[in-house]
Each structure stands twice: as structure tokens, then as C-alpha cells.
Design a protein. Structure first.
Length: 101
């Protein structure tokens, strides 16, 4: 009669990844992560090597401030039209070191 479980059919197991390809994929992912670490360390090293007068301070400010929403109101009603937002996320602004003194 065959397999009675509809969630466990042979068609699902038709394409299996061979272990050597799975291992190769893991190695490629690891090499990519290592390369990203090297790039990050290189960027940090370059930033540390610069004189302090050339460094800029990056401040991160939210585009909008969170407002407390009453528990008894629908939160959907309380928010403005989504098309009114310029963008979502954070806005960055560079401030020169001399302006902080």
C-alpha cells in the first residue's frame, strides 16, 4: 500500500545533497566569513592609523521619536499614513571633531 503519511513522501526526498557538496558549501561560507572579518579588521586598522584630527565622529539619530501608545487604543489607528515617512531605519550624520570643542 505504501507510505500512509502524506507529509513524508518519496517525492520530497528526490533531490538530496551529496555530503561532499554540502561540505564544500560549508567551506565556501566559512571562507566568505573569514574574508569579511579581514576586510573589517583592515578598515579598523586604517581608521586607527589616522591622526585624531582627521577622524570624524559618526552619530546615529532616529528619524522619528517613539511615542507611547495607550494600551486601550488600536495601534494601527495611532500611526500616521505610511507614505508620509521619508524612510525607515536610522539616519547617520557625521560631526567633525572640531565642532565638539
Amino acid at each position: 500500500m505504501g507510505n500512509a503519511d502524506p507529509n513524508n513522501t518519496k517525492a520530497e526526498n528526490k533531490y538530496e545533497v551529496k555530503p561532499q557538496y554540502e561540505e564544500l558549501s560549508k567551506q565556501l561560507n566559512m571562507q566568505h566569513a573569514i574574508n569579511q572579518c579581514y576586510e573589517c579588521m583592515r578598515a579598523i586598522k586604517d581608521r586607527i592609523a589616522r591622526p585624531a584630527s582627521q577622524l570624524t565622529i559618526i552619530t546615529i539619530e532616529p528619524l522619528y521619536h517613539a511615542q507611547q501608545v495607550s494600551r486601550w487604543k488600536s495601534s494601527v489607528r495611532d500611526f500616521p499614513d505610511p507614505s508620509a515617512h521619508r524612510s525607515t531605519g536610522l539616519q547617520t550624520r557625521q560631526v567633525s571633531r572640531s565642532s565638539l570643542r
